[in-house]
Design a protein around this ligand. Sequence first.
Ligand code: ADP
Ligand code: MG
Length: 487
Amino acid sequence: MDQLTQLVDSLTADDLLAIEREVKDYALAKGIAFKLANSPPDTVSLAPLTLFPSPFPRKHFDFGHRLQPLVNAVSHKIAYDHGFLADSLAKTVQVDDFTAKMFDVYTQVRREGMAQTTSLGLFRADYMLDERPDGGGGYDLKQVEVNNISTSFCGLAPAVRDVHRHVLAKYGASADIGDLDKRLPINRSTELMAAGLIKAYDYYNRSSAVILVVVEQVVVNIFDQRAIEFTVSRSRPDIRLIRRTFAQLRDAVRLGNNRELIVDNKHEVAVVYYRTAYAPQDYAGDQDWDVRLLMERSRAVKCPSIQYHLTGCKKIQQIVSNRQVVEKFVADRRDVDDLMQVFAGLWGLESGPDGDQAIDMALGEPNRFVLKPQREGGGYNYFGGQLARKLDEIRHTKERESYILMELIRPPKVPNHILAPNKSLAANSFRPSNITCEFGVFGTVMGNADEIILNSEAGHLIRSKTYGTNEGGVAAGFGALDSPYLY
Ligand code: ADP
Ligand code: MG
């Protein structure tokens, strides 16, 4: 770690100018890029990334990977526990319209009887290192959230590692930074997540069927999505993937006699892979909710199914952070201990004395908490002063029940440079920034009420942001792609 820090500190402005250009070109050549919205269709731009990998403790890196099958299994079991899901979300659906709409789809599918009882999950659990309160300089791994739908960057993360390996091999040789193949772990996220799609495709077992990728109108993070598609195609040329927006599907989907999902009157769909549908604005109106409902009613395997999707609600994550709840879903006591270790403090804000107490606690020290609504995709949370104002505003309303309160995680700062498109490091006078890292572990899971057919970790991701900024989403414009340098 120290050698890497020394390397980052020792580079001159001239060194950095050259490395910056080279890393940007390497990254663009590897597809670490976004498509620009509101521009001609082939216009691309660098996706923000760090110049070097960031130091990350091997112990916590390994622990995150080891936990992933458990994280997958807990999500899976909740999704197939109707009573638990319904009880947990009972209040949320009264105050949050979006969750209510999802729950409504789930209820209708259940009432009719599920044509496809097996679900596929391509998940990602996100963590940060958290400074121990004892002041001894140690850190624990704490979970930020678990993403159950449209998890991004599994298609780009391996490429970031390749870029970072190149830059350290070329420019770090004199700095004694160790054996790069040990320090920079191989990341198979693209291949392993693609394998999940293939597994579901084979499970459906119809050779002429397709994988339907449901996408937004304008896909900024297109190369991430394409990397997975191309990986599926490369290993299984027999599998055809088609991409459609909700708008394109409105008049083009129907159910066959056995509730097959048919697109354009010719494609039977084996797997629906959602890369949209997680935010209210992804649905233009009721007609798009009708499309979602139709797909959920079909016998195609959904990634994720509506019940997997519901399991990713922030409300569920808050409820699951309780030991008694974990024990309900995890048999082995050591596994329970492991999971409990990574949960930060989480509180619901239901009307009543417990919720009141949580609000008073947060108002007393707003800088120690994060306030989260039932949303995904970045940019929705409240921190510090904004949290206090929001809590004041909602404390006497029902609306407060649609939020959860979380203890603030305090990750260490590490020196690195963040490369942004069309901006030179000169703009920062070539000084390294202090950044903080969010560590994601991908996971694949497939199963039904009776059995789990697939359950595996599926590679990793580091996203970093400037120290002191609150949110970290890369696509949302807050952070940069990164990779771990293990120590
Ligand atoms: P989203 O579904 O919008 O991604 P997250 O829970 O991941 O919601 O929060 C978004 C970002 O906010 C995270 O990437 C992280 O940078 C920051 N964040 C969330 N929870 C915490 C926390 N408990 N402590 C510190 N930062 C947090
Ligand atoms: Mg997140």
